[in-house]
Design a protein around this ligand. Sequence first.
Ligand SMILES: CC(C)(COP(=O)(O)OP(=O)(O)OC[C@H]1O[C@@H](n2cnc3c(N)ncnc32)[C@H](O)[C@@H]1OP(=O)(O)O)[C@@H](O)C(=O)NCCC(=O)NCCS
Length: 240
Amino acid sequence: MIRRHDFNSDWWGAPAGIVTDPAFFSLAPELQRAELEPFAWAEFRHDLETAPPEPLLVDAGFALLDVQVGYRLELSPTPSVPGAGDIEVIDATDDRFEGAFEEMQSFSSERYLKIPGSSPERNDDRFRRWARLQVERVPQHSLELRDPSGIVQGWFLTEPDDDGTRLQIGMRRRGGTTRGTVLYDAAFSWLCRRGAEVGHATFSVSNIATMNVYAKLGARFTSSVGCWFNVGCGPHDDAR
Ligand SMILES: CC(C)(COP(=O)(O)OP(=O)(O)OC[C@H]1O[C@@H](n2cnc3c(N)ncnc32)[C@H](O)[C@@H]1OP(=O)(O)O)[C@@H](O)C(=O)NCCC(=O)NCCS
């Protein structure tokens, strides 16, 4: 009911788990403890509306650390935000953006920041690792965004899937001068001109800039996903 999350385990340097079956929260406390035992921490993600009752989650030692908002966005071949048409978009087919993500803006709205023992540096390291893997895996859908002078302003990493195109993650370059809204619009219209029709993903509800970018670009918000974590405290029954 909890499997090892390989990417998070490699990043954290200790086994990290992901709950794969909500029935875990109906197990007896000793069985829950046995499932959790191999892991430094474990995450449970689930649609908020249909998640197990909160007392069961709390009794199993899980705390709600974030809520993510799902969205869908009709992509347009023509950018709508002033300046977006001037942004040059380059995929990573020929150039894997070597060293680029060292300069990404900090990911300050992420749930992994709240795990005890985490830090802004450690959290950013996670996203840098993830970005590099993504560029290696799907270079043709990994985009670098440059201003008219050729200066890199940011990146957008995407991936086609059964629901359209997953707009995995966008980020500005630290010290860049082009706003996120402009970069996102440029990336999305580029994707549309190459055949993508609908984009989708989730982002943290605490990331207000991102929410405003997607609202401006006409996104339809479709879901809210709770992200609960057990950070090693185990089920609570013995404490009562
Ligand atoms: C997300 C990111 C690309 C946004 O870039 P940005 O340049 O700050 O975005 P914008 O300036 O275009 O902001 C979008 C809107 O949100 C508003 N906004 C930003 N932060 C806000 C806040 N804390 N409260 C209220 N409004 C806010 C801006 O004013 C702007 O509104 P406007 O168009 O009406 O002026 C950038 O912060 C980033 O790279 N973050 C790190 C990576 C990340 O978190 N990526 C998102 C996960 S996919």
